[in-house]
Design a protein around this ligand. Sequence first.
Ligand code: UFG
Length: 338
Amino acid sequence: MHVLVTGGAGFIGSHTAVALLERGHRVTIADDFQNSSPKVIDRIEQITGTRPGLAAVDLLDEEAFDAAFASASPDAVIHFAGLKAVGESVADPLRYYAHNLGSTFSLLKTMKRHGVRSLVFSSSATVYGDQQDPPYREDGGRLDATNPYGMTKVMLERILSDVAESEGGWHIGLLRYFNPIGAHPSGLIGEDPNGIPNNLAPYILQVAVGRLPEVNIFGDDYATADGTGERDYIHVADLAEGHVAALEKLSAVEGARAWNLGTGAGTSVRQMIAAFEAASGHPIPAIVRPRREGDLPRSWADTTRAASELGWTASRSIADMARDGWRWQSQNPNGFAD
Ligand code: UFG
């Protein structure tokens, strides 16, 4: 299959491009490099021996995107492109709604014009909101989110389902990611956040490599085993393989179908710090701070549906995630920057 990967130079997109190429699919990446580096294209070629096609284009520029789409002529699309920082979305909701919804509208209109109706969409466990208890099931209740970023995912899941309902021929996978971390085992690609990281794993790695002084533990008084927040961390290479599995099963789906991509197990903040200490071989200083507003105590996936319908389960351990994350960060202390 020839797959157009929007946001394919980003963290999850680049690992998915590698997994697709390794399975023998063709890949064209569409990316405007607003929050990613063009170097990723070279690194993907280094890892796989194949250079993906590239359309350096902003999806919101509908004319330019349509021309790029026509020239690539893909069979299917995996749509990662979008803004993803929770705090930023609270500060500037209009930008988040306009960007994430607008770029997806542009994509859908372009796909319709070109008769392409197979789409895998980057959703998030954030659509489970704060009214359900883990493990989260795909059909566990009404979707909700506690911030504008998450609400763009809730809205886009609904919009995509409505589109799929409105006319036959659409095959849409909605992939709800839990907490993707780690990196490709080569250490050539990995997560490279702008500025100070918001998420735990990249923050720990920047402390481990000496860019930041200490990890802030946001609360140690939750009703969890050690009092710190528990999340379902998933190796980005497992997540990437989940996309390939969804893509390959998509033709069996009439309309839209949601699948959780997680491991089904929770790991605490303190356990994560310990895993990275073991991987890096030195102590990682940490200090307990107040809870971060909007954080859930615990989150993990019910993985039954992805296992039975996609034949996919995550196989890599927390130790694998820490080892590969550390390899990436220690080989590239400043990410893709020179
Ligand atoms: N945490 C810290 N210190 C930090 C950062 C995080 O203690 O510096 C804690 C959090 O309190 C939480 C855990 O580490 O208990 C994980 O936090 P992350 O920010 O790494 O991840 P979240 O689960 O909060 O957020 C992730 C994605 C979001 C998504 C959300 C819900 O990053 O995009 O899951 O699915 F919206």
